[in-house]
Design a protein around this ligand. Structure first.
Ligand code: PMP
Length: 451
């Protein structure tokens, strides 16, 4: 009997996320991960400079995490969060320590889940606070907030949404502070102030008493690494306070050291009302997410009356092993100083790659914060017209042939897939970082965009 190859079985049975189905280009079948490195079924090794989907913060193959999951599973494998268990309690305390705040911790499984929880509980909060008309949420074009109907509605990437409409109502979008594409006569600071003022205008034009919340990442990550000037985030908070709008900060990617601070919003003078987190919380070893909610908001849900309860339950949310893994993950980050290391390693990458913006005709901009780097590829530095998706696809493919996995920005709108992204494990060695730089330099030197 002819046995099917693993590739054939994969193509016959496994529906991959987003990746196009092309028979001649089979998916990579990974079998092992160690540090920043992945090994595929044929024994090829790749340095994963995307940490999976921006999430394996402490690197692959950490036995301590496997042990934490195993030990917890033996002891108590399951307990719904209608009640409680020890790892959930300890982790909630630890997260508050990292947040430097006083939040109630609501557990779910994914970043999308965490954002859905935020939307639902904020709508209910306003109702219980005597403002039932506050139901609208504002987010930014180019941002990604998840795949479920509410989180997708908050997402500002048209290509991810238009085939699935109609989406949830009450989600509005404003332009992000994309400083690279600001008008020539404006400074970065002036442009960022203008973008914040646009947000305020949106609130006013939409009838300010109808706005429930604003959701944003500390920087737009998957939508192209758009880093705000601090004045932008600080103004956003001011605007929220002025109009009674709650500020949700989506830390799904930026949290847990990714930007060189414990949380991305700690780069700014702001205190979000709600913080959502996932990915790096467990370094993606097990699914777990959190919606952290300020105590003042939680106060409105206290009491025995039925109508005060937040009616949201999630079977797997706060799974004991996932919480135990998260605790161990954070312990390792602290012990190995990975947050500070992220800042340092990110700076090294940025400084080493920065010359490309001068020497390469298609590198329009290189920007980064901690271990998130974006490299905007343009056909011409004058027009800033994006390179074609084929060109960026070729760069990614060539990097892979050299053993390096890099990413690109999400499907914003047609023709706007022109930002190469890096988000390596925070635990990368010096040699890993040097390899990322040398492969990128080599591949870019070999490729120039021809219009
Ligand atoms: N928010 C942000 C900023 C994200 O990048 C993502 C996932 N890439 C999500 C939310 C959704 O997370 P998940 O895929 O775990 O649902």
């Amino acid at each position: 009997i002819k046995t099917m190859s693993l590739v054939e079985k994969d193509q016959k049975n496994v529906w991959h996320h987003i990746s196009p189905y092309v028979e001649e280009k089979p998916a990579m079948i990974a079998v092992k991960g160690e540090g920043a490195w992945l090994t595929d079924y044929d024994g090829n090794k790749y340095l994963d400079a995307m940490s999976g989907l921006w999430c394996v913060n402490i690197g692959y193959g950490r036995e301590e995490l496997a042990k934490a999951a195993y030990e917890q599973m033996k002891e108590l494998c399951y307990m719904p969060m209608t009640q409680s268990h020890v790892p959930a309690i300890e982790l909630a305390e630890k997260i508050n320590e990292w947040l430097e705040g006083d939040y109630m911790i609501f557990y779910s499984n994914s970043g999308s889940d965490a954002n859905e929880v935020a939307f639902k509980l904020i709508r209910q909060y306003h109702q219980q606070n005597g403002e039932p008309n506050r139901y609208k949420f504002i987010s930014r074009h180019r941002a990604y907030h998840g795949n479920s109907m509410g989180a997708l509605s908050a997402t500002g990437q048209a290509l991810r949404k238009y085939k699935y409409e109609p989406l949830a109502s009450g989600f509005l979008h404003v332009s992000p502070p994309d400083s690279y594409r600001r008008p020539e006569n404006m400074t970065v600071e002036e442009f960022n102030i203008m973008r914040a003022e646009e947000l305020e205008q949106k609130i006013i034009w939409e009838q300010k008493e109808t706005i429930a919340g604003i959701i944003m990442e500390p920087l737009i990550t998957g939508g192209g690494v758009l880093i705000p000037h601090p004045v932008y985030m600080e103004k956003v908070q001011e605007i929220c306070q002025k109009y009674g709008v709650l500020l949700i900060i989506d830390e799904v990617i930026c949290g847990f050291g990714r930007t060189g601070k414990k949380f991305g919003h700690q780069h700014f003078q702001i205190k979000p009302d709600v913080v959502t987190m996932a990915k790096g919380l467990t370094s993606a070893y097990l699914p777990l997410s959190v919606t952290a909610v300020k105590k003042e908001i939680f106060e409105k849900f206290k009491g025995s009356e039925e109508n005060l309860h937040f009616r949201h339950i999630n079977t797997f949310g706060g799974n004991p092993s996932a919480c135990a893994v998260a605790l161990k993950n954070l312990e390792i980050m602290e012990k190995e100083n990975l947050v500070a290391k992220s800042a340092e390693s990110g700076e090294f990458l940025l400084q080493s790659l920065q010359p490309l913006a001068k020497t390469h005709p298609n590198v329009g901009d290189i920007r980064g914060i901690g271990m998130i780097i974006g490299m905007e590829l343009v056909a011409s530095k004058q027009t800033k017209k994006p390179v074609s998706p084929d060109f960026i696809g070729k760069i990614i493919q060539n990097c892979k042939q050299e053993g390096l996995i890099v990413g690109k920005n999400g499907d914003t709108v047609d023709g706007f897939n022109n930002i190469l992204t890096l988000s390596p494990p925070l635990s990368c060695t010096k040699e890993d970082l040097e390899l990322i730089v040398s492969v990128l330099k080599k591949v870019l030197a070999e490729n120039q965009y021809i219009m």
